[in-house]
Write a protein that binds this ligand. Structure first.
Ligand SMILES: [Zn+2]
Length: 244
């Protein structure tokens, strides 16, 4: 059974994920009531913007990590002196007090924590990244670096657009048929099942996976949704940080 009960400690401007609370890790996301995040700024402005958010959460990380988020399958490990990683959609580190962060507005934010090695990570997964194997590439990269035991890896998937709302055109150039549902002559993509199937296929234990039940498009009160609102819209900032 995929765990989908709500584990969020809800504040006005952010939700914290209680799922990791035993691991000296803080993970969470911004809600719509925090002033707009957008992807139109440069790196410095991104860091300032995200720094204001971390202040709200009560965190003061020594470094904020920003990814270019190009719907690629590129994975990076944080280096001490680098904060911005251009053409990449997944990141991991075992460094403390470094805030990994990604922005989404319908795509799937995946956070992982390994109790043994102390590795934390974030994946930005839309259909393009999923098709390009971003989950498998990330898990391979961490395994190569740390040789981790998946038995102890915890996964939390934040709010994204669910199949209730995600209209998707059937095309012949990708293999999504088993994830597409047709209702009233419209096709909808089931990102939740795609993500779960990919996580299980890399060897993650199902009982270690928490997946948010919130759909970004349905939840007008809490979340921005690119598909619902169009551009310009805001973004959800997801983050994970190891406490010092
Ligand atoms: Zn929905």
């Amino acid at each position: 059974m995929i765990q989908s009960q709500s584990v969020w400690a809800r504040e006005k401007d952010f939700w914290l994920n209680d799922y990791f609370k035993d691991n000296s890790v803080v993970a969470g996301l911004s809600t719509k009531s925090f002033p707009l995040f957008t992807k139109k700024k440069n790196f410095r402005e991104e860091v300032v913007d995200r720094g204001l958010f971390f202040e709200k959460v009560g965190l003061n990380p020594k470094q904020v990590i920003v990814l270019g988020q190009t719907h690629s399958n590129h994975v990076v490990e944080v280096k001490e002196d680098q904060g911005f990683y251009g053409d990449s959609d997944a990141v991991f580190t075992d460094l403390k007090d470094v805030a990994l962060s990604i922005q989404t507005a319908d795509c799937v934010p995946i956070t992982f924590v390994d109790k043994d090695s102390g590795v934390i990570g974030l994946i930005h997964a839309g259909w393009k990244g999923l098709e390009a194997g971003i989950i498998a590439r990330t898990f391979l990269a961490v395994d190569k670096r740390y040789g981790w035991n998946l038995r102890n890896v915890q996964i939390a998937v934040g709010p994204f657009i669910h199949s209730c709302c995600y209209e998707f055109k059937r095309e012949t150039n990708h293999n999504f048929d088993s994830y597409i549902e047709d209702r009233n002559e419209t096709s909808f993509l089931d990102l939740k099942q795609m993500v779960m199937d990919q996580l299980l296929s890399v060897g993650v234990f199902q009982e270690n996976c928490f997946i948010a039940e919130e759909c970004t498009s349905c939840n007008t009160d809490y979340f921005y949704s690119y598909r619902r609102d169009g551009e310009p819209t805001g973004r959800i900032l997801s983050f994970v940080i190891k406490k010092d």
